[in-house]
Design a protein around this ligand. Structure first.
Ligand code: NAD
Length: 512
């Protein structure tokens, strides 16, 4: 037991923690064994705390393990560790050195890609192949991409007069609190972590209470990659842990991904210290299928757009509007595709597509939405039932004849439920797509270039997909309009979320 305290600026870091390595020997559903860290990852060590939380396998509803959960003292320890690293070791490194460490991390994630994907699948119920080949592959790419940016952050020079010169410096913000949801646990953490580190910040990551395992495993890789202790701290915990982090006066930035309801709470809490926030929130993305669209392609994309990850995607194209001349044909093709790919499978099956919802409460929420759709008069085309005796599975569900004011059409379900209705004109389609408090994405299916671009300009969404859906790429900005949030992740845009600009004025003359 270490019982010292350390003053950093006005903040006191209490070090009366038991520093002991904590991990569980676990065996994944596919028989693979590994050591799962369970402690709070602070200063490159896994430490115990006074609280724990249990994480479950959604395909069976059975517990996987328990991990340590951070209370406000632990949050304080993590923030102070990040502050100390920011002011001492991390700020002493050049951009090139930061890039080398991020490159190391990218290679280590790649080395552990299979295991990390399996952990992610176990903790969230997502199909293992997608977890390995999409989520973790994205982590490799994103960390490598921002490794490249770390030594390319330049200011500008401005010469307003002959004897006056000004230049700008792009400086890090300091300690960033990164709060992530459960649907893409490691990927969304890396989306935030990589640009934050590339620009010279230190971080405290708060994972979701429903899926803490992959972020903790990342702690091993942070140490192995060579990051100075305190640069990256990873804590598990629920909303109380998140709120304690947001309230902490030692934070210089909060980057949050999650629901609109939580986003609003975070904004209010952050206002106390005027801590800047970036919010990536929910969505109710519309897909517009015009009469001239390639219907088979539109169905393929619309199906992936809503049913991938069991509908638990912020950008899910959950509202489909189809031109009245092709609506019946579209609905019939969509039903065939959904039914064909709705087989209930273990997430660890090689060809699994449809897995469980994350939790019993998420399953109940999906079921309630479906009940409300039936009560409000929408027509159930397929699905509509909980799969009994199989963990948290829900049948992929299609409703047709859905009006814009129905709950299933206006609120985010975050499950495998899609609504379809027809439209008569382009104006009607765009107006109805925009008739939402959300503004994350919109898809447009047409063979007309001018119609596609015209719709793209008029749609009130942070992302528009033409003849695809849910496309995202680490080089392209990602984020929402309206209540889907503000600030951008990915691409060059994310760098500005983690930097501030300093103007330096230089007087080169002898007069005023
Ligand atoms: P959530 O808002 O319930 O929780 C997200 C995170 O915030 C969790 O880590 C949680 O513990 C924490 N949290 C909860 N209350 C808090 C509080 N008061 N203060 C601080 N932290 C708090 O969301 P969820 O259920 O985990 O995720 C689903 C939601 O996330 C959906 O609405 C989905 O659309 C959204 N999402 C958005 C994006 C995006 O990029 N726009 C991506 C993925 C998910």
């Amino acid at each position: 037991m270490i019982k010292t305290s350390k003053r950093i600026g006005s903040l006191v870091l209490r070090l009366n923690r038991t520093y002991s390595s904590t991990c569980s020997d676990l065996t994944l559903p596919n028989g693979m064994s590994y050591k799962q860290p369970t402690g709070l990852f602070i200063n490159n060590k896994f430490i115990v705390s006074g609280h724990t939380l249990i994480t479950y396998y959604p395909a069976t509803g059975k517990p996987i393990t328990s991990v340590y959960s951070a209370d406000s003292d632990d949050v304080n320890t993590a923030v102070l560790a990040a502050r100390s690293a920011f002011e001492t070791t991390w700020c002493a490194l050049s951009g090139t050195e930061r890039g080398i460490l991020l490159g190391n991390l990218s290679r280590l994630i790649q080395k552990h890609q299979n295991l990390l994907g399996c952990i992610e699948s176990w903790d969230t119920g997502k199909p293992v192949k997608a977890a390995i080949q999409e989520d973790i592959e994205e982590c490799v790419n994103v960390s490598r991409y921002y490794a490249g940016w770390a030594d390319k952050l330049h200011g500008e020079t401005i010469q307003p007069f002959q004897n006056k010169l000004a230049y700008t410096l792009r400086e890090p913000l300091g300690v960033c609190g990164l709060i992530v949801p459960w649907n893409y646990p490691l990927m969304l953490a890396i989306w935030k972590l990589a640009p934050a580190l590339a620009t010279g910040n230190t971080v405290v990551i708060k994972s979701s209470e429903l899926s803490p395992l992959s972020a903790l495993y990342l702690g091993n890789l942070i140490t192995e990659a060579g990051f100075p202790p305190g640069t990256v701290n990873i804590i598990s915990g629920d909303q109380a842990t998140g709120a304690a982090l947001v309230r902490h006066s030692g934070l210089n930035k909060i980057s949050f991904t999650g629901s609109i309801a939580t986003g609003k709470k975070i904004m209010k809490l952050a206002a106390n210290n005027l801590t800047p926030v970036t919010l990536e929130l929910g969505g109710k993305s519309a897909a517009l299928v015009f009469a001239d669209a390639n219907l088979e392609q539109a169905v393929k994309w619309c199906h992936l757009g809503i049913m991938s990850n069991m509908g638990q995607i912020c950008t899910a194209t959950s509202r489909i509007l189809v031109h009245e001349s092709v609506a019946d044909k579209f609905i019939s093709l969509m039903r065939d595709t959904v039914v064909k790919l709705s087989k209930i499978m273990s997430p660890f099956a090689n060809d699994a597509f449809h897995g469980p919802q994350i939790s019993a409460s998420q399953l109940a929420k999906v079921a309630q939405f479906v009940d409300s759709g039936i009560e409000e008069g929408a027509r159930l085309v397929c699905g509509g039932k909980v799969v009994e005796g199989h963990g948290h599975y829900y049948e992929p569900t299609i409703f047709s004849g859905v009006k814009d004011n129905m709950k299933i059409s206006s609120e985010e379900i975050f499950g495998p439920v899609v609504t379809i209705d027809s439209f008569a004109s382009t104006d009607e389609a765009v107006t109805r797509a925009n008739n939402s408090v959300y503004g994350l994405g919109s898809a447009v299916f047409t063979n007309s270039i001018s119609l596609a671009h015209d719709a793209a300009r008029k749609l009130q969404a942070g992302m528009v997909w033409i003849n695809s859906s849910n496309d995202s790429d680490f080089r392209v900005p990602f984020g929402g309009y309206k209540q889907s949030g503000f600030g951008r992740e990915l691409g060059e845009h994310a760098l500005s979320s983690y930097t501030q600009t300093k103007a330096v004025h230089l007087n080169m003359g002898t007069t005023l």
